[in-house]
Write a protein that binds this ligand. Structure first.
Ligand SMILES: *[C@@H]1O[C@H](CO)[C@@H](O)[C@H](O)[C@H]1NC(C)=O
Ligand SMILES: *[C@@H]1O[C@H](CO)[C@@H](O)[C@H](O)[C@H]1NC(C)=O
Ligand SMILES: *[C@@H]1O[C@H](CO)[C@@H](O)[C@H](O)[C@H]1NC(C)=O
Ligand SMILES: *[C@@H]1O[C@H](CO)[C@@H](O)[C@H](O)[C@H]1NC(C)=O
Length: 449
C-alpha cells in the first residue's frame, strides 16, 4: 500500500490537528462506558478496609525535583553513576544505597544477598520507582527491606540524553536512531554489567515495569548468556504482547502510525514528548480541579479507569516527571507489535521511490524460549495498555514461569502499578515477599557494598 507524500506545510498542519482530534474523538465516545458508577461504589466500600495511609507527606514541589534530589530529600543515600554503552550512549544509573537518619527512621545499610536492578516504562524514567514517596514507592520499600537498589534510565530519557559523539539536539538526528531494541540490547546490558561490577555480585534481581520488562526479553533473546546473571525477573505489567490494547487514543495512534511517522521523520522530529520544565506549571493549572479534568480523562483512556485509586496531587507530581522523552522509532516499533500481534524486531518504512512509502514487511521474531530466568508476572484486570490476556499469553510462553499475580483490585489499571493510592498493599508487598524468597536462596556475594 503506497501513501502520498505530504508537503511540509501540510505535515505541520497534520501535526497541529492530530492531538486535538484525538482528544475530541475521545470525548465524543466517552459516554458508552463499560462500568457504571454503582459498580465503583460497591468496590470502594471493600477497598476502605485495606487502604494505605494517605499521600500526606508528598509536596507539589516534588513535580520539579529530579530523582536524585527526591531520594536525598526523603532521607535516603543516593549515588549517581554514568554508564557508557557499546554504541556510545551515556546513561544515568541511580543507586539507593540505604537510608539516612534524616528519613525519620534509623539509618540502614543494604544487607541482602544480591542487589536489585529496576527498569522503567515507556516515556517515563526511574521516577516510576520513587514518585509515591517513602513507605509506598517500590524503590524506598526495597531499601527499607535491606536491598541495594539500582535504577536505570534508558537512552533518550531526560536523564540519559547524552552520547559520546551525537548531539540529541542536532538536526541530523543520529542520536535518535534507536528503538527499544537498542535499549534492551545495549542499555540494559551495560547497566546490568555495571551493577554487577560495582557491587561484586555474581547475579542480581531484575524488576521491570511495562517496557522495562520487554527490554530484558530483547536482551535475553539476543544474548541468552545474560540469563546466568539474573536470579529472577519481577515482570510488572509486562509489555511483550499488546495487541488487545484498549485505549482509544493509543489505538488511533497505531492506526495512523505509518503516515504520522513518515511525516514526523521528514520534518526532522525524531524526539517525542521530551520532559520540559514549562509543562509542569501548566499541568498544575489544567489538572487543578478535583472534578472531571482533561488530565484524568487522558489517563483513563490511555491506562484504564479506576478513580478510586487516583490521587490528584499524585497525578500532578507524576506529570512533572512524565513524559520524560522517547524516540520516534521507539513508538513506531510499539505500533508494529501492536498491529501485527508479533513480538518482532523493527521493520523500517520502505520508500516507494516517488516520495511515498510501503507498509513494513514482517520482521524476525524475538525468541522468548531463551529467557530461562524465573519470571514472576503481575497484571491488572483493567489495564488498558497490557490487557490481562496479553499478560497471560506471555506468562504461557516464557519457559520458566515462577508465579502469576493478579492484582486483587479488579479495576487495577496500567498507571495504578506506579501511582495507585493502595499500590503498596496491592502490589509492592506481594513483590517484596517474592523477592525475599529468591534472595534467601541466592548465595551471599562478598561485594564491596
Ligand atoms: C540507524 O541505525 C541503523 C542500524 O540500526 C543503521 O543501519 C542506519 O544506517 C542508521 N541510520 C542513521 C541515519 O544513522
Ligand atoms: C569494573 O570495576 C573496576 C573497578 O571497580 C574498573 O576498574 C573496571 O573498569 C570495571 N569494569 C567494567 C567492565 O566496568
Ligand atoms: C465540580 O464541578 C461542579 C460543577 O462544575 C462544582 O459544582 C463542584 O463543586 C466541583 N467539585 C469539586 C470537587 O471541585
Ligand atoms: C529459540 O531459541 C532456542 C534456544 O536457543 C532454540 O532451540 C530455537 O531453535 C530458537 N527458535 C527459533 C525460532 O529461532
Amino acid at each position: 500500500m503506497a501513501h502520498r507524500q505530504l508537503s511540509l506545510p501540510q505535515q505541520r498542519l497534520l501535526l497541529l490537528l492530530v492531538f486535538p482530534m484525538l482528544l475530541s474523538a475521545h470525548y465524543y465516545q466517552k459516554h458508552p462506558r463499560r462500568y457504571d458508577s454503582n459498580e465503583y461504589d460497591e468496590d470502594e466500600s471493600v477497598q476502605k478496609v485495606e487502604e494505605d495511609p494517605p499521600f500526606s507527606n508528598l509536596q507539589e514541589e516534588d513535580a520539579y525535583l529530579t530523582v536524585p534530589q527526591l531520594v536525598w530529600k526523603y532521607g535516603y543515600e543516593i549515588e549517581i553513576h554514568e554508564v557508557q554503552t557499546e554504541d556510545g550512549y551515556l546513561l544515568d544509573l541511580y543507586r539507593i544505597a540505604g537510608r539516612r537518619a534524616a528519613s525519620g527512621q534509623p539509618p540502614l545499610r543494604p544487607h541482602r544477598n544480591a542487589p536489585i536492578f529496576l527498569m522503567h516504562s515507556l516515556l517515563s524514567s526511574c521516577a516510576d520507582w520513587v514518585l509515591m514517596g517513602p513507605g509506598r514507592a517500590l524503590g524506598y520499600l526495597l531499601a527499607d527491606a535491606g536491598f541495594d537498589v539500582w535504577m536505570g534510565n534508558a537512552r533518550g530519557t531526560r536523564y540519559s540524553r547524552k552520547h559520546l559523539h551525537h548531539d540529541p539536539d542536532a538536526r541530523a538526528g543520529e542520536f535518535w536512531n534507536f528503538s527499544w531494541h537498542e535499549i534492551g540490547l545495549y542499555d540494559v546490558r551495560a547497566l546490568i554489567d555495571h551493577v554487577l561490577n560495582a557491587t561484586g555480585a555474581a547475579r542480581l534481581h531484575y524488576g521491570g515495569f511495562s517496557q522495562g520488562t520487554m527490554v530484558l526479553f530483547v536482551l535475553l533473546s539476543e544474548r541468552p548468556e545474560y540469563s546466568a546473571k539474573l536470579i529472577d525477573m519481577q515482570a510488572i505489567s509486562p509489555s511483550v504482547y499488546m495487541y488487545r490494547l484498549e485505549g482509544r487514543i493509543v489505538r488511533t495512534f497505531v492506526t495512523l502510525a505509518d503516515p504520522l511517522v513518515a511525516a514526523l521523520d521528514a520534518a526532522g522530529r525524531r524526539e517525542i514528548l521530551p520532559n520540559r520544565r514549562f509543562i509542569a506549571p501548566l499541568v498544575k493549572i489544567v489538572c487543578a480541579d478535583g472534578n472531571v479534568t482533561v488530565c484524568r480523562e487522558l489517563l483513563y483512556d490511555v491506562a484504564g479507569r479506576n478513580p478510586a485509586q487516583v490521587d490528584d496531587r499524585m497525578l500532578r507530581i507524576f506529570l512533572g516527571h512524565f513524559p520524560a522523552g522517547a524516540s520516534l522509532r521507539q513508538l513506531h516499533h510499539f505500533s508494529q507489535i501492536i498491529r501485527t500481534a508479533r513480538f518482532a524486531k523493527y521493520s523500517p518504512l520502505r520508500s516507494t521511490g516517488r516520495g511515498g512509502f510501503h507498509a513494513s514487511p514482517p520482521a524476525p521474531l524475538y525468541n522468548l524460549t531463551r529467557a530461562t530466568v524465573p519470571v514472576v508476572v503481575y497484571y491488572g484486570l483493567n489495564d488498558h495498555v497490557i490487557n490481562y490476556r496479553d499478560a497471560l499469553q506471555l506468562a504461557d510462553e516464557v519457559p520458566n514461569l515462577a508465579a502469576v499475580h493478579q492484582i486483587a483490585d479488579r479495576h487495577f489499571t496500567h498507571s495504578d502499578f506506579i501511582l495507585a493510592k493502595n499500590s503498596a498493599r496491592l502490589l509492592n508487598s506481594i513483590l517484596l515477599q517474592e523477592l525475599d524468597q529468591y534472595d534467601r536462596r541466592a548465595p551471599r556475594t562478598s561485594g564491596n557494598v
